[in-house]
Design a protein around this ligand. Structure first.
Ligand code: C2O
Ligand code: CU
Ligand code: CU
Length: 461
């Protein structure tokens, strides 16, 4: 990895711009397939006064369009790489064949187009796409490559919850970056994980959203390289979580704080009906995170409360959603008595290993029989919290150190934060896609840990 640079940090940071809303792409229907085109390219952004910041983006300067699709759709995504170097594009959270996953084995050389083609089998939820080249994921994401997927389904479309993208259904991709005085991104590449001192939402630094005085749905993605967020509002108001990584919860869960580690998503409802002309800020109450990270991995923002987004509440729209639904969806819970195999995974910080092994593209670590229901037990005896992610599946958390998870974690997940000295058990069904030749990944979603080798491979046969 690159060593820390000593360039002076930028002081004239441009903040307070209007929150950008990523373009919504519904694709083009061709022979019954929904076709999307993504081009990975270099760009520039204005983050520092009178300077340009070189960035990477999908179809634009930074981040990428939001791809929207329905459960059951057959999609084709053509990904063209004009980055000037190889990369990949992974569909984080989607259940699909391993050759379509976009992991480190599906390299896209510079100038080439990779075509991914699969059927959407997931429930309605918010997913994301990002590079996954071995050893390069962290740098590629940090420079701007990430975008959202919104999967819709009939059950969710019929719920009386906000559904108007960019109006009362707002995506928030939250990241953190460091800028040099010449405007360029500073990527120190430190192994413990890169944390920036500027918070970006949808590619703008601590921006402003004008929101209607009604129930608003936010789709949050913790898209940071390493930072764990502890979201809450400036007036400590209650809000409700309605969705986890891979689906909606059974009922809204009231919260005043929501912790999200890198890779995790959550959908929340916030009622601004009584707030017209008020200003409310979305914050990260990071000093309340406690000892999830040791002193050397905690930066100054981790010891404070900091701004993420300023919300200026304006008049409500007509036909606004005004009340919270009592229930959302039914979750088909997997039965522990049907478990075929239990596996254990030990997370180690010393040279970034899982079960004593460092990532090797030529080694298969786990072989899973198609259609098995498995319990995975993830133990963290390191001093730092690690968000553990598995490709292909959505899982349900059974226990955290022997106790049931909090209410807002009782939905489909593909990333789970495992705290120091914690064991998390989850259950999953490895269905539909077998391929002895192409593995899926499991890894720590702190991108620098993943790149340093905290990743393994499994095949379903
Ligand atoms: Cu979001 Cu294997 O990654
Ligand atoms: Cu993934
Ligand atoms: Cu880690």
């Amino acid at each position: 990895m690159m060593g820390a640079t000593t360039l002076p940090r930028a002081r004239d940071i441009i903040t307070g711009q209007t929150l950008p809303i990523p373009d919504l792409l519904t694709g083009e229907m061709v022979n019954g397939q929904r076709v999307f085109d993504l081009t990975i390219q270099q760009g520039t952004m204005a983050f520092v006064s009178s300077q340009q910041t070189p960035t990477f983006g999908y179809n634009g300067q930074i981040l990428g369009p939001t791809l929207v699709m329905n459960k059951g759709d057959e999609v084709v995504i053509n990904v063209t790489n004009h980055l000037g170097e190889p990369t990949t594009t992974h569909w984080h959270g989607l259940h699909l064949p391993a050759v379509m996953d976009g992991g480190p084995h599906q390299r896209i050389e510079d100038g080439q187009t990779w075509q991914a083609n699969f059927t959407i089998m997931n429930e309605a939820a918010t997913f994301w796409y990002h590079p996954h080249l071995e050893g390069k994921t962290a740098e590629h994401v940090y420079h701007g490559l990430a975008g959202l997927f919104i999967v819709k389904d009939e059950a969710t479309d019929q719920l009386a919850i906000p559904q108007q993208y960019g109006v009362d259904d707002i995506p928030l991709i939250i990241q953190d970056k460091i800028f040099n005085a010449d405007g360029s991104l500073n990527y120190p590449g430190t192994d413990e994980g890169v944390k920036g001192d500027n918070i970006l939402v949808n590619g703008a630094i601590t921006p402003v959203l004008e929101a209607p005085a009604q129930m608003v749905r936010f789709r949050l993605l913790a898209g940071s390289n390493a930072r764990i967020f502890n979201f809450g509002f400036s007036d400590n108001r209650q809000f409700h979580q309605i969705g986890t990584d891979g689906g909606l919860l059974e009922a809204p869960v009231p919260l005043t704080r929501l912790m999200l580690a890198t890779g995790e998503r959550a959908e929340i409802l916030v009622n601004f009906a009584a707030d017209e002309n008020q200003e409310i800020r979305l914050l990260s109450y990071s000093s309340e995170l406690g000892n999830i990270d040791p002193f050397w991995a905690r930066d100054s923002l981790d010891k404070t409360t900091f701004d993420v987004l300023t919300i200026k509440v304006r008049a409500a729209n007509q036909n606004a959603v005004t009340r919270l639904p009592d229930s959302l969806v039914t979750i088909a819970r997997l039965d522990e008595s049907q478990v075929d195999v239990t596996r254990t995974f030990k997370l180690q910080m010393v040279s970034f290993r899982i079960n004593g092994q460092s990532m090797d593209l030529n080694r298969i670590d786990e072989t899973i029989a198609l259609n098995d229901i498995e319990i995975w037990e993830i133990t963290n005896n390191s001093p730092m919290a690690h968000p553990f992610h598995v490709h292909d599946i959505q899982f349900l958390i059974l226990t955290r150190n022997g106790s049931p998870p909090p209410e807002n974690e009782r939905g489909w997940k593909d990333v789970v934060l495992v705290r120091p000295q914690e064991t998390v058990r989850f259950i999953a069904h490895f269905s539909e896609f077998a391929d002895p030749n192409t593995p899926y990944m499991y890894h720590c979603h702190i991108l620098e840990h993943e790149d340093a080798g905290m990743m393994g491979q499994f095949v379903v046969v």
